[in-house]
Design a protein around this ligand. Structure first.
Ligand code: SAH
Length: 253
């Protein structure tokens, strides 16, 4: 008997930003698997049985979900934001590729979600309005030298740069080094946004510049957006907007 496995994006936090398809999939699930704080965001009545796990055990959690699906359950694995961005969808496919051959026959679907950067960008204007790239600063699963290489290329390419996983208690210095590297390619007035807990009760959004950005302001619930050379700040009576125009010029780094 084979069940099914849906990898579901919960969105950035606010219930209204969970898609109707995500809600429908969770309602239909017999079992919901995920990191405990994300499971807590699944409304009562959705998913009959819940299986909470530690955040670091992505692959183990993926295997647990596949095992339940192989037993015939309708399983949902939840991720915050979009499940394909630095999240569970890749872990599930890696578990399928390397695990039990029968798992390749399980009916798998990926239900997209609103990624945190999209919600953060919408809060302050349109900073991602032109070419951008997204880099995770976590060096838990890749060497720091690779992070630096990609940051250097993105900064020299004049991309808007979104930094996920900018800092945690165990990774306190990486963001300072990353911002220092990007600053060598940008004017000091380039807008930088620290967006924390976006669409959640304790949301805070700080707009600063690359010259003044204080890396200590970020934690594991923060993402950082660094503008390109074209990203602009508009002061208005309802607070500043940050946007990147639809046109771009060649700027030598
Ligand atoms: N799949 C998620 C990203 C997971 S990586 C997504 O698509 O949003 C975890 C990182 O995402 C955090 O360290 C933080 O940088 C960012 N993040 C997730 N939710 C956030 C939120 N509500 N506000 C700000 N950043 C968030």
């Amino acid at each position: 008997m084979t069940g099914c496995l849906a990898i579901v994006g919960l969105g950035p936090g606010a219930p209204e930003l969970m898609t109707p398809l995500a809600a429908e999939t969770l309602r239909a699930a017999t079992d919901v698997v995920g990191y405990a704080p994300y499971l807590a965001r699944v409304p009562e009545g959705m998913g009959q049985r819940r299986h909470a796990s530690d955040n670091r055990e992505e692959l183990a959690r993926a295997r647990q979900a596949l095992e339940l699906a192989a037993q015939g359950k309708s399983v949902a694995v939840v991720s915050s934001g979009d499940p394909g961005m630095f999240a569970m969808a890749s872990a599930v496919f890696e578990a399928i590729e390397t695990g039990n051959a029968a798992w390749k026959d399980i009916d798998i679907t990926v239900v997209p979600g609103v990624s945190a950067m999209l919600a953060a960008a919408a809060r302050i204007g349109a900073p991602l309005g032109h070419d951008f790239c997204v880099i995770s600063l976590s060096d838990n699963l890749k060497p720091w030298e690779l992070v630096l290489k990609r940051l250097e290329a993105a900064a020299a390419g004049d991309f808007i740069i979104v930094l996920y996983n900018p800092a945690s208690k165990a990774r306190p210095w990486q963001l300072g080094e990353a911002l220092g590297l990007i600053a060598r390619h940008r004017a000091g007035a380039t807008p930088v946004i620290f967006a924390r807990a976006v669409t959640q009760a304790d949301e805070s959004i700080e707009i600063t510049t690359i010259a003044e950005a204080d890396p200590a302001r970020a934690d594991m619930r923060t993402l950082v957006i660094v503008g390109s050379s074209a990203t602009r700040l508009i002061q208005g009576s309802r607070g500043p907007f940050v946007y990147t125009p639809r046109h771009a010029e060649l700027v030598e780094p």
